[in-house]
Design a protein around this ligand. Structure first.
Ligand code: 5GP
Length: 179
């Protein structure tokens, strides 16, 4: 375990197993609906999750990346600014948004709205983690890996000051790391 980590919340084995289950469920659902999903991963936190998840999806898919930043000004809270947009048109596409964690729900709410405005046919959400106790906007992922308590987590894509994204598990940092 990394020296800065206080405890592991989700082990590498649990992540692997859950990605296998989610991959099967997603494949079954889109196969049944006869749709080829375009997985849209939000940079950078969802990259390890996307990479693992897609190895367990056994239907044709496409994937693309978006990078957004939430406005933190008091007037425009909730809005997002696009730092990297999608590479091509998504008119009529069936989008599966891939996120690392749903916290307040603001990011997914805004990005879903934005994708629908760009002409997406439908937008579903898969998130590795869910912190329901922090929700401000009532939005739920269609597929969730793990529901976790209200703790700041790092690892498997999630960072603190850009560090710890490469940890193979999701964990909680020691208190002194925040000083
Ligand atoms: P929301 O818009 O749902 O409040 O926030 C989603 C984003 O906040 C996530 O994509 C992630 O970047 C960040 N975030 C929320 N909770 C955590 C957490 O516990 N750890 C880390 N590293 N990032 C978080």
């Amino acid at each position: 375990m990394h020296q800065d980590v206080k405890k592991v919340l989700v082990s590498p084995e649990a992540i692997e197993q859950r990605c296998r289950e989610l991959g099967k469920q997603i494949s079954d659902d889109y196969r049944r609906d006869g749709e080829i999903p375009v997985l849209v991963a939000l940079l950078k936190g969802s990259v390890p999750f996307l990479a693992k998840l897609i190895t367990y999806i056994d239907i044709d898919i496409e994937f693309d990346f978006m990078d957004v930043k939430s406005y933190e000004g008091t007037e425009s809270i909730g809005d997002v600014r696009i730092l990297k947009d999608l590479d091509r048109s998504i008119k009529g596409a069936s989008i599966l948004l891939v996120e690392d964690i749903v916290d307040t729900g603001r990011t997914l709410h805004e990005v879903s709205k934005l994708l629908l405005n760009k002409g997406a046919g439908r937008v579903k959400i898969v998130s590795l983690l869910d912190k329901p106790s922090r929700r401000v906007i009532p939005i739920e992922a269609d597929y969730t890996g793990f529901v976790i308590p209200n703790e700041f987590v790092i690892g498997f894509g999630l960072d603190f000051n850009e560090k710890y994204r490469n940890l193979p598990y999701v964990g909680v940092l020691k208190d002194e790391c925040y000083l």
